[in-house]
Write a new protein. Structure first.
Length: 130
């Protein structure tokens, strides 16, 4: 395919054509299942197998020990900023220290301030974040 573009943005990325073709084939009907993953219950045995296989492969690839939990979450970095603040700041009087390293740091601090007290331990704006 000569009309494929290159994408160097933060994501999502351009995938190789063989990967897309494999996904396309399996999207119509999962092997041995007779239906698409889009039509499957998240409680079904074949979907459970997909998640368990993905977790096992990720643990193996990144050498993550069994005493750590792996979470597959939707939402990207911005959602994670909220989740971190909710889990660590909500319901506590303890402050959180943040370093301000640019636009992503600003977003993280903004979300944390919704849940509690935030101290900016370092702000790199004066030096253009260098």
């Amino acid at each position: 395919m000569t009309d494929r573009v290159y994408n160097f943005s933060a994501g999502p990325a351009v995938l190789p054509v063989p990967v897309l073709e494999e996904a396309q084939k399996n999207l119509l009907s999962l092997p041995g299942v007779g239906m698409s993953v889009l039509e499957s219950s998240h409680r079904s045995p074949h979907f459970t197998e997909i998640i368990e296989t993905a977790e096992a492969n990720l643990r193996n690839l990144l050498n993550v020990p069994d005493n750590y939990s792996l979470l597959f979450l939707q939402g990207g970095a911005s959602l994670q900023f909220s989740m971190i603040a909710i889990n660590f700041l909500s319901g506590t009087e303890k402050p959180a220290d943040y370093i301000l390293t640019g636009s992503w740091g600003k977003k993280a601090i903004k979300e944390a301030k919704r849940e509690g007290t935030v101290n900016v331990a370092w702000d790199g704006a004066d030096g253009n974040y260098n």
